[in-house]
Design a protein around this ligand. Structure first.
Ligand code: AN0
Ligand code: CP
Length: 315
């Protein structure tokens, strides 16, 4: 694997999951693989897990790591080609990506959806501009439409905790007052469509995800029906895709509660974090033994390590 921008870059999901589980067992087995190699982590948005787990994974492989927050530590970057740069952006991505590519052997980029212009977000402008000009392997640290390192960690977590060969996995929309991207939900569906699971997606009307991500999932507006017999409940808020970037409802009846979890088949609760307690999910659920959120976040280290191992092997 050279780039890790989406599931399309993965040859074998099973091998990648196994690589992650191997790294978890023996984090330093490949500690020479990244020696004298540099990883650059470029953030256009905030992060706790992605920033720390990817840095840790790169260090476990012997890499040096540099982290930069664009616009705070660096100049603001212009993404449009051919514009007169008389606004607040002091540098063009054309130079910035090329220069970062000279300092780094692998570059990770986080650039969320702006949620104003669907066509622009879904064109993945930032990733494609870096792809065009950086000339080194790229890792998606959550782009406008996807968060594949999260989805890989979710696959690892489901593999570890499933008690049936083909578990029922439910992605449910949870209420929130702020407009959040669809990336985590899109990616989760995209990856689950390639796993041996029964995938169900539930959300209020108006929150339909892009069909290319939903794939073969069964979609229902009835959360209670979706939760029946579920082995994993994956909670996430996202803003509307059809009425792009809009918060159409904050209906608290969609919140994840213990009562609902008890009506599953001893289901486990998953969320990528960060999560606002008692807005999306109750304290009781998050603090219960059925919550996997910390295990999931811990697996971010091993998902990043699996991906970096494959990329380093290709250099
Ligand atoms: C981000 C999102 O929903 O995409 C990051 C999640 C990993 N969440 C927030 O902005 C709260
Ligand atoms: N789940 C996740 O990507 O968390 P951060 O936004 O804190 O990196």
């Amino acid at each position: 694997m050279t780039d890790f921008l989406s599931i399309q870059d993965v040859t074998s999901i099973d091998s990648l999951i196994q690589e992650g589980l191997n790294a978890k067992q023996n984090p330093f087995a490949n500690q020479h693989l990244g020696q004298r190699k540099t990883m650059g982590l470029i953030f256009f948005n905030s992060s706790l897990r992605t920033r720390l787990s990817t840095q840790k994974a790169a260090q476990n492989l012997g890499m040096n790591v540099m982290v930069m927050n664009v616009g705070q530590d660096s100049w603001g970057l212009e993404m449009e080609d051919g514009v007169i740069m008389n606004g607040d952006k002091a540098e063009h991505v054309k130079e910035a990506a090329a220069v970062i590519g000279r300092y780094c052997d692998v570059i990770g980029i986080r650039a969320f959806a702006g949620l104003q212009d669907r066509e622009k977000d879904y064109s993945e402008q930032v990733l494609s501009q870096f792809k065009k000009y950086a000339d080194v392997p790229l890792v998606n640290l959550e782009s406008a439409t996807r968060h594949p390192l999260q989805s890989l960690a979710d696959c690892i977590t489901i593999e570890e905790f499933k008690t049936k060969k083909r578990p029922k996995v439910v992605l449910t929309w949870l209420p929130h007052f702020k407009a959040l991207p669809q990336a985590v939900a899109n990616s989760f569906c995209e990856w689950m469509n390639h796993r041996d699971v029964e995938l169900v997606v539930t959300h209020p009307e108006g929150y339909e995800l892009a069909p290319e991500f939903v794939g073969d999932a069964y979609v229902t507006h009835n959360q209670a029906e979706a939760f029946e017999g579920a082995d994993f409940i994956y909670g996430k808020n996202w803003s509307s895709y059809t009425q792009y970037g809009k918060v159409l409802t904050q209906d608290s009846s969609w919140m994840m509660t213990m009562d609902k979890l008890e009506r599953t088949d001893n289901g486990k609760f998953m969320h990528c974090l960060p999560v606002r307690r008692n807005m999306k999910v109750t304290d009781e659920v998050l603090d219960s033994p059925q919550s996997l959120v910390i295990e999931q976040a811990a697996n971010r280290e091993w998902s990043a390590q699996a991906v970096l191992t494959e990329i380093l092997q290709s250099l």
